[in-house]
Design a protein. Sequence first.
Length: 158
Amino acid sequence: MRRTEQGFTLIELIVVITILGILAAMALPRFAALQADARLAKMNGALGSVKGAAAMAHGMLIARGFSASFTGTPVPNIVIEGTTVVYTNGYPNAATIVPLAGLVAPDYTIAGLAAPRIAAADGGHIAGATDCTISYTPPAAANSLPTYAIAATLVTCL
């Protein structure tokens, strides 16, 4: 009886490894772009958090019997998540909205931003800290709404 060996030849193994290498080279650029997508989604989430925090603080102000256009620090203080809320025309001021929304370092860059920017993506992205940001401006007059803006794209959030 003759015994036959079974297995892959060296040529077959080289062909499979080459095909896997080509597939990996084509897929790698697609996965590399996920970092910018993640930062953009993170900044959109932060903007939603800011909007929610502003609405919650405004609602608490009204529920406690203050005017909807109150400015200053109410007495007794309204404290949310350990932050004493300071109001401008019924909504939190720019310094108060950041901790209310839970935007903290190192997840976000908070310091050194020019107003009305309140948060930028983490320092690990290629673009500068002013390129991937969200902005908040409290109402300028009574009975008006705050202004929210996002300056973040896939290009600026690399």
